[in-house]
Design a protein around this ligand. Structure first.
Ligand code: PMP
Length: 435
């Protein structure tokens, strides 16, 4: 019997004993293609020598020094590298141990900023329905997934949820994508006005929605309008790039494709690439400086903030991504993968939508392609697909549709950036057999 808490089910799991590039190997020697990196974590594959060496070298120097007393070389170097490549005026970095912690820190930073900026009434956080921003209580409160929230309600007060920008399910037939984007972005302004602008602290969204909807980018112009609305009303824009950031969608930061920069940006998964638990919150210097000039310090902190070994791993990961030019490679392989998915699944009567950017792709399954009617939840399509794919030696990330019946089950694909075209073809073969 395993004494480790099971993640989802109590079924016995195979034991992972090895990793080789895009492949995972279990104790029986079976090989699995890592088509989703768990959930968009393993951008460099599983046996990257540079990252492994960087971790070993850091362990030989110093494993831990509390940030209340010391900074460290890898933390400083990683912050410099992120800032040198970050959009807009993001120029301060706060290191944490994962995505939820990054979002948690962002929410608290936004709150403290307004307090010290003389606007203590700004407490409301606006997020989007069907969103996921993490599992700690603050991040869970921000998320708009009713199923996940229900057991822990009422959660943090002052959260509200507006529509996501989800063209496939929501755009009317006689509406252009641009008009649709403006319409849903304007829901943000309506919500700010409803709450009273002087009470709203921030809006949080994923530039490309990952887990909950399955690689859904916004339509052109949506985020530019969101940025404009936030600026008009003094509301901070927090972008959650925990899943879609660090090169995954063909830009180092996903918001580059939207031509905007947030006030606060969260990254995690791809930053450690699975080698170490690490996340980061980047913010504009003006936010940090307001707090520095006020109470002096961000009233937050965890024991492992800025961990030397984790930041050494992050430094090696980002250096690999940049020095091997993997971001343009993600764009090229992403286009190849999209073509393969359209070729193989484009005519399937149960495939409603194929979407995404870079090596971040989603396929949405529906009972009826014409009406876009999803399968009934009792069909359990996502769970069955996950099992069938795993049996085929493919790790992918299927998720059920929302319980309100607005969207269907989907599968998310997020293979390592180093996957060859032949490996991507093999992944699509396995997925086709599972489907
Ligand atoms: N935000 C987004 C968009 C995520 O996809 C996730 C994880 N799936 C998180 C936050 C939380 O990250 P973590 O699991 O590392 O706490």
């Amino acid at each position: 019997m395993s004494h480790v808490f099971p993640r989802h089910s109590h079924a016995a799991l195979p034991t992972a004993v090895g990793g080789d590039g895009c492949w995972l190997i279990d104790a029986d020697g079976k090989r699995y293609f890592d088509g989703s990196g768990g959930a968009a974590v393993s951008c460099l594959g599983h046996s990257n020598a540079r990252v492994t060496e960087a971790i070993k070298a850091q362990l030989d120097r110093i494993a831990f020094a509390h940030t209340g007393f010391f900074t460290s070389e890898p933390a400083e170097a990683l912050a410099d590298l992120l800032i040198a490549n970050a959009p807009g005026d993001l120029d301060r970095v706060y290191f944490v141990s994962g995505g939820s912690e990054a979002v948690e820190a962002a929410i608290k930073l936004a709150r403290q900023f307004h307090l010290e900026n003389g606007e203590p009434e700004r407490r409301h956080l606006i997020a989007r329905r069907q969103s996921y921003h993490g599992n700690t209580l603050g991040a869970l409160s921000a998320g708009g997934n009713e199923f996940r929230r229900a057991q822990f309600a009422p959660l943090l007060v002052g959260m509200s949820h507006i529509a996501p920008c989800y063209e496939y399910a929501e755009r009317a037939e006689d509406e252009t994508p641009e008009a649709y984007g403006q319409r849903v972005a304007n829901e943000l302004e309506a919500e700010i006005l409803r709450l009273g602008p002087e009470t709203v602290m921030a809006f949080i969204a994923e530039p490309v929605v990952g887990a909950t909807l399955g690689a859904v980018p916004a339509v052109p112009g949506y985020f530019a309008r969101v940025r404009e609305i936030c600026d008009t009303h003094g509301v901070l824009l927090i972008l959650d790039e925990v899943m879609c950031g660090m090169g995954r969608v063909g830009h180092l930061f996903a918001c580059e494709a939207e031509g905007i920069a947030p006030d606060i940006l969260c990254v995690a998964k791809g930053l450690g690439a699975g080698y170490q638990p690490i996340g980061a919150m980047l913010c504009a210097g003006r936010i940090h400086d307001t707090i520095a000039a006020g109470s002096g310090f961000f009233q937050h902190g965890h024991t492992y903030v800025g961990h030397p070994v984790a930041t050494a791993a992050g430094l090696a990961v980002v250096s690999e991504i940049l020095e091997r030019d993997l971001v343009p490679q993600v764009r090229a392989r992403g286009a190849y993968l999209e073509a393969a998915l359209r070729d193989r699944f484009g005519q399937n009567p149960h495939v409603g939508d194929i979407r995404g950017r870079g090596l971040f792709r989603g396929i949405e399954f529906v009972a009826d392609r014409e009406t876009r009617r999803p399968f009934a939840p009792t069909t359990g399509l996502a769970g069955r697909l996950k099992k069938a794919a795993f049996a085929e030696g493919l790790i992918c990330y299927p998720m059920p549709g929302t319980r309100d019946g607005r969207n269907g089950d989907h599968v998310l694909l997020a293979p390592p950036f180093i996957a060859t075209e032949a490996e991507l073809d093999g992944m699509v073969d396995r997925l086709e057999r599972a489907v």
